[in-house]
Design a protein around this ligand. Structure first.
Ligand SMILES: O=P(O)(O)OC[C@H](O)CO
Length: 411
């Protein structure tokens, strides 16, 4: 068999399911043998993959998260477009088979798939059913409703809300859910040169002033700006709501020992045109260049295997990532899966909400580094070291300096 390797950035239950689908691929045929290797976090997988490419030791497949899309797409000669790889290997491929929300994020300006969408997610609102029953309130659809119910949840003895990765939730998806422009040049899609982020605007600043005020009033718990910092109080049954990834559903089913439901991530009723879909989250798989043809053929076959309805539904059910093809979504529906597990449908429904002018996605170079600047400033906001507006002015300035540097390298 021809050996191929897949570097990824997943751990926990999702990492286990990656191993399971790799074994399923290996068992389904004899010509190729796939070895998945966890490189740590999404950030670590991206930097390891790029470093390995520079030294000629790249894997066949690299998982790259949404935030790293522009970086990997612009890395000259580092990847082979997934669509070219698949059709070149004689496999069937049709963009229209994919749900609308995933078609653009990892594609070039002509719609050609550069990355192969794999684990697509939405940031959703999980809620502890008993907390809402005890408080006698309904899960909020808007942040205005949150402001009404949060004091009652607090009175009932709960921390009303925590939220995962604030950059993803409260900046990127604040922009998408509220149909707010995130960057010039059509959110970065139309050009790399001259693209600037827009984050120190009135509405973005308002979101964080609210979060800070809610934190000061004990209505929102901030335990750090990173991925894993805020889930524990929800898992322990102390927080009534957690804004987290739909891709955390598989893990939560094992770790949360109580009934929970989910709804869409709230938006602001006060912002005109708000309530649009969220950006596609999660990651895609990139075929690294410089590999022998027989290995590329195996990579193409694995990409086809991954998008088969059976594999997609297995992945969806075991992790919570959304089905990325219409056929897989229909298969899950046809099996009655969402009657049994309505939480599992929330992510895909949120991705299928109305498309706003600014909800289709973003393409920003060095964006993982911009997120790091944001995280530093968010920690300073919640520790009281800086005012919200000043923090976002800093993010705007440092973020745009990073974008300008990226534009030079992409020249
Ligand atoms: O936790 P995930 O995999 O849903 O990813 C969330 C973000 O999109 C990653 O940047």
């Amino acid at each position: 068999a021809t050996d191929i390797t897949w570097w990824h950035g997943m751990g926990g239950r999702n990492g286990e399911v990656i191993n399971e689908i790799s074994q399923q691929f290996n068992a389904a045929q004899d010509a190729c043998h796939l070895t998945p290797i966890s490189k740590g976090t999404y950030e670590e997988a991206l930097s390891s993959g790029i470093a390995a490419f520079r030294s000629g030791e790249q894997p066949n497949i690299l998982q790259v998260f949404d935030a790293g899309a522009a970086t990997i797409i612009a890395a000259k000669g580092a990847t082979i477009a997934a669509e070219d790889l698949i059709t070149g290997a004689g496999e069937e491929f049709n963009r229209e088979n994919f749900i609308a929300g995933v078609r653009n994020f990892y594609a070039d300006s002509d719609g050609k798939f550069i990355g192969m969408p794999f684990n697509s997610s939405a940031p959703i609102m999980y809620f502890n059913t008993e907390a809402f029953e005890k408080a006698g309130v309904q899960p909020p659809k808007t942040w205005e409703e949150f402001e009404e119910v949060a004091p009652k949840l607090k009175e009932a003895g709960y921390l009303p809300m925590t939220a995962s990765q604030l950059t993803w939730m409260m900046v990127e998806n604040f922009k998408s859910r509220n149909n707010q422009q995130f960057a010039t040049n059509n959110n970065g899609y139309d050009a790399t040169q001259g693209t600037e982020i827009i984050v120190n605007d009135e509405n973005q600043v308002m979101m964080f002033e609210k979060l800070k005020a809610w934190a000061d009033d004990g209505l929102y718990g901030f335990y750090g700006a990173g991925w894993a910092d805020n889930l524990k109080p929800f898992e322990e049954g102390k927080a009534a709501m957690w804004i987290g990834s739909s891709g955390s559903f598989g893990g939560l089913q094992k770790s949360a020992d109580f009934d929970f439901g989910a709804g869409f991530m709230p938006y602001w009723d006060s912002i005109e045109g708000a309530g649009t879909q969220s950006f596609i989250g999660g990651a895609a798989l990139f075929a690294m260049a410089g590999k022998p043809e027989e290995q590329n053929t195996c990579t193409a076959q694995f990409f086809s295997f991954l998008t088969s309805p059976e594999t997609q539904v297995y992945w969806h059910k075991n992790t919570g990532y959304v089905p990325i093809t219409e056929a897989a979504y229909e298969m899950a529906k046809g099996e009655g899966y969402y009657d049994e597990q309505p939480v599992a449908e929330v992510g895909i429904q949120q991705l299928m909400l109305e498309t706003g002018e600014w909800s289709k996605g973003y393409r920003l170079g060095f964006y993982p580094q911009i997120r790091t600047v944001m995280e530093r400033e968010f920690n300073r906001i919640f520790s009281g070291e800086t005012e919200v507006k000043a923090a976002f002015d800093t993010i705007q300035q440092e973020g745009n300096a990073l974008l300008a540097r990226f534009a030079k390298t992409a020249n």
